[in-house]
Design a binder for this molecule. Sequence first.
Ligand SMILES: *Cc1c(COP(=O)(O)O)cnc(C)c1O
Length: 455
Amino acid sequence: MSTGKTSRDKHASNTNTKALLNIDQNHIWHPYSSIDGMQANYLVSSASGVRLTLSDGRQLIDGMASWWSAIHGYNHPQLNQAAQSQLAKMSHVMFGGLTHEAAIKLAQTLVNITPEGLNRVFFSDSGSVAVEVAIKMALQYWQARGNSKRTRILAFRKGYHGDTIGAMATCDPITGMHHIFNDILMKNIFAQAPECSFDEPWQESFFSDFELQFNANKDEIAAVIIEPIVQGTGGMNFYSPVFLRKLSEFCKANDVLLIADEIATGFGRTGKLFACEHAKISPDILCLGKALTGGYLSMAATLCSDAVAEQICSAAPGVFMHGPTFMANPLACAIAQCSIDLLLEDNILEGNALTRVAKIELQLKSELVKCRDLDCVKEVRVLGAIGVVELKQAVDMKIIQPMFVAQGLWVRPFGRLVYIMPPYITSKKDLSVLIDGIFQVLTQYQGTNLERACP
Ligand SMILES: *Cc1c(COP(=O)(O)O)cnc(C)c1O
């Protein structure tokens, strides 16, 4: 608890917290929530390093990096400085007809660090929009080639690509939102999720459902979209780089575009700067988001090859038909550039961020596995700075969420998955506390569950 607070101060701040949460409850939507009942119980007053500070002074170690994005932690002095310097120049200016150094530098950086051949950068506001842009690029590409039949996307089951209408139509058709919006969604094609786990020896049969779906619809497919190596929100599954390499070769051989959605995996999370590198592939179109600005601001980018860009612009209307109001927001661009600099910067003692991710991976592999001994646990898997404990049954969030907070941790499970993707700056000690805490909470949780199951 913070020092020097009188009990009257505390009382006032508690009352204030209550009042704020009350307004929140009465007026604000939270992600995937109902307006009935409390959607958010915890008021964050500040965040620094890997710690979130709640309004009552409690501190939580953050295992989520605010959904993959805060890779350098919160309130980072250099990112703050980048924001402040840019703020003093301009926070925004329209991108139609005008340009600025922050966008130019960032675009050059992205072209340099992403897989070979992705030379054209389209900036947008969020991951879902980056996916919309990718889909529109694929559709305009085929239009420009004079082929109006290729209007469908081949996507994978258990995939997740965002919440807007176009992106949603490429998400898993069962666990996604297709049943609600079915009538208006693009009629896309779905292949089985890649079945081979990351290290599993390759068998040709792993590729057969994809080939089947492709061949049955080949004249209508504009592009194939996939999350490279890690299917995130759709189940946190890690699959073999061989699958991705085969897919890339197949798309080239069959003259269809490949869209890699690296919105979750990009910027080091899987142990490589981009997950495509595990398979040494270059997609035709690449989507980036989440960690792009180190979790500071919402920004995304869609990169494509010269061939795609040239084709799109070679036929009427001669332009790519998209242009967000806040395109290439200078503030976001400046912060993104600084975040990437931090990511690549070599520190004599610790190496660069990828070395830190490798250390996190080792520690997760040696310490998180103890969760395997728990009865409620089905599997534990680790890749890069991603640790997943898959349970046998879906968790009850009302019970488990307060348990994590009581442990001093911010971990937010979904369904059967208790998973973490901590900031790369997480120390060995904090990571141990995080992992131990997960073990403690799951031990306690399966206890309360047993009590409820057998009264
Ligand atoms: C989060 C995510 C998106 C959507 O990004 P938003 O910024 O939430 O719109 C798309 N694809 C993948 C793989 C993601 O993880």
